[in-house]
Design a protein around this ligand. Structure first.
Ligand SMILES: [Zn+2]
Length: 251
């Protein structure tokens, strides 16, 4: 019964969408990594993007104006990782904040001696636990160009990771995946990557296991061959997790 109510609610949102199928197609054509999707996958992506835009508020910071093109681009890229999962993976938070460019992030950390440090970093994106996703449009608008970098996918993958607590590179796994195998495969890859840089994989991924998962997810969707070349076992478990195979698309 619950799913019938949900389907009805979702159908109503889809029926009332301000964007038509052709609006979405035009927006998708500007994002090269979506080329591999079949017609029915694209239609499903457009539905997910419509529902995401209904569920989340997108707000501009520092005077940045949120246009339809911005909303469409962010929503399409954000929904690519969950194309074959579901929108429930993005539940528990409500807003996406867009800065015109890189933004300063202030953070407070407490070290092992109990001393509090104020840190200030320049960032292109952030994902807060149970809080917003924050993106720089200057970076987000150049995502999806098959160069291995995608700040939108990066931050939204942190959200998948955070579904079972803080980001640690270990998202909730489907019942048919072995958690021990995920941990072993990712830990082995992470230890290797800390020592040996790999072509096409951003060194930022060596920061910690959460960044390793997010950076490799960018590569999985942007330049999958690079991930297969560097870590074929990780490509395999990501394929099982995302239920997508970007390297061998059928379209
Ligand atoms: Zn990150």
């Amino acid at each position: 019964m619950l799913s019938i109510i949900k389907d009805w609610r979702e159908q109503r949102i889809l029926d009332q969408s301000q964007f038509s199928q052709s609006d979405w197609l035009l927006a998708a054509q500007k994002i090269p990594i979506l080329d591999r999707l079949t017609q029915s996958e694209l239609t499903h992506l457009f539905e997910l993007a419509t529902l995401l835009l209904h569920d989340k508020s997108i707000v501009g910071a520092q005077g940045f104006v949120i246009t339809d093109a911005v909303r469409q681009s962010i929503a399409l890229q954000a929904c690519l990782p969950i194309l074959n999962l579901s929108l429930e993976w993005y539940e528990g938070w409500s807003s996406i904040i867009i800065y015109p460019g890189a933004f300063k992030s202030e953070s407070t950390t407490t070290d092992e001696l109990g001393i509090v440090h104020q840190n200030s970093h320049s960032r292109s994106g952030e994902a807060w636990l149970r809080g917003p996703v924050i993106l720089s449009w200057r970076d987000a608008q150049h995502s999806g160009e098959r160069d291995g970098h995608n700040v939108v996918i990066h931050e939204f993958v942190h959200k998948l990771d955070m579904l079972n607590g803080r980001a640690n590179g270990f998202p909730p796994l489907p019942a048919d995946m072995d958690p021990a195998n995920w941990t072993k495969t990712m830990e082995t890859g992470f230890a290797d990557f800390q020592q040996y840089p790999k072509s096409g994989l951003d060194r930022y991924g060596s920061t910690n296991p959460a960044e390793f998962f997010a950076v490799l997810s960018e590569v999985f969707f942007e330049t999958p061959q690079k991930l297969v070349d560097a870590y074929p076992e990780i490509y395999q478990i990501m394929m099982n997790f995302f239920l997508q195979d970007p390297l061998h698309s059928t379209s």
